[in-house]
Design a protein around this ligand. Structure first.
Ligand code: CP
Length: 317
């Protein structure tokens, strides 16, 4: 059985995964969800969660996954760390590695922050598994994989599925990771939302830019994105009108009623209720919002296990 399991030494981007690897992770996460026990660890594995950006879902579900796998979770509070005395990310990780940390789960505002941690210079000695919990507007592999698991649970395939991603595309690491995995898996991706948040050069390689009302009755998955005010240019906030956004691009009752019977609605969270998604529609039957969060724990177990096996931690191979 363990021959079918994925092994990675680092897990920083969905670019590392082909369709087979994604399906290995989905099947492993589904097995954990169905009650498969965590693999037995014969030696302790120490991990820490470094969140330089705010998080509720990703941080807590990684910690839940770590505890379900029997890892020793060492608390790390960025606000009270020597990062605030100017210590670099590299030196922080070098320190944690020297203390005995085997795995570091990192969220950081800088795109590709992980490059300096995994592509080492000849004089550098850092030995640690890095798992990316989101880098700026770059990648969000664990969110993307839990999204793929949620879609697969619903449809049992990706081939030919029509997935519409709506909203703040340019600033979204979720959109970037998802458009890449969805196309690798055979789904058809569409984009909608304000044109200022759509970069034709980047996104048109993955899917067509459409008007939400022209396709809403034909899609299988509606993926709403959070409007990420914190990543917008200073001053942009004053010109943003939440009601106008909701009317033009949000999921309201009229659009919900036009969705196909089997269609599902997803959102990575946190939601701006009444902006991307009408408050009263968040917990309706087509919503997979809480399922996504539940699946996140099992998918993160599968991801952590893949790196533990890849690094032969805890006696796993
Ligand atoms: N989806 C997501 O990354 O949520 P958090 O920012 O709460 O982790």
């Amino acid at each position: 059985m363990s021959n079918d399991l994925l092994r990675l030494t680092q897990f920083v981007s969905v670019e590392q995964l082909d369709a087979h690897a994604v399906m290995q992770l989905i099947h492993r996460a589904q097995a954990f969800k169905a009650g498969s026990p965590a693999p037995e660890l014969t030696q302790p594995v120490y991990c820490t969660n470094l969140f330089f950006e705010n998080s509720t879902r990703t941080h807590t579900s990684f910690e839940m996954a770590e505890r379900k796998l029997g890892l020793m979770v060492i608390p790390f509070d960025v606000q009270h760390s020597s990062v605030n005395k100017g210590e670099t990310l590299y030196d922080t990780e070098l320190t944690l590695g020297a203390l005995g940390i085997d795995l570091s789960i990192v969220r950081h505002s800088q795109n590709d922050y992980y490059d300096e941690l995994i592509h080492l210079q000849p004089h550098q000695t850092l030995q640690m598994g890095i798992i990316n919990a989101g880098d700026g507007s770059g990648q969000h592999p664990s969110q993307s994989l839990l999204d793929m698991m949620t879609i697969y649970e619903q449809f049992g395939t990706f081939t030919g599925l029509k997935v519409l991603i709506v909203g703040d595309l340019t600033n979204s690491r979720v959109a970037r990771s998802n458009m890449e995995l969805l196309t690798k898996l055979g789904a058809q991706v569409y984009f909608a939302g304000p044109q200022t948040w759509y970069d034709e050069t980047e996104f048109s390689q993955y899917g067509q830019y459409v008007a939400i009302d022209e396709v809403i009755d034909q899609i299988d998955v509606l993926m709403l994105l959070r409007v990420q005010h914190e990543r917008h240019q200073p001053g942009a906030q004053s010109s943003f009108d939440a009601d106008q956004y909701h009317a033009q691009y949000g999921l309201n009752q009229a659009r919900y009623d036009r969705l196909k019977e089997q269609a599902i609605v997803m959102h990575p969270g946190p939601i701006n209720r009444g902006v991307e998604w009408a408050d009263e529609l968040v917990e309706t039957p087509k919503s997979r919002y809480t399922t996504q969060m539940q699946n996140g724990v099992y998918m993160r177990m599968a991801m952590l296990e893949a790196v533990m096996r890849g690094r032969q931690l805890g006696g796993l191979s």
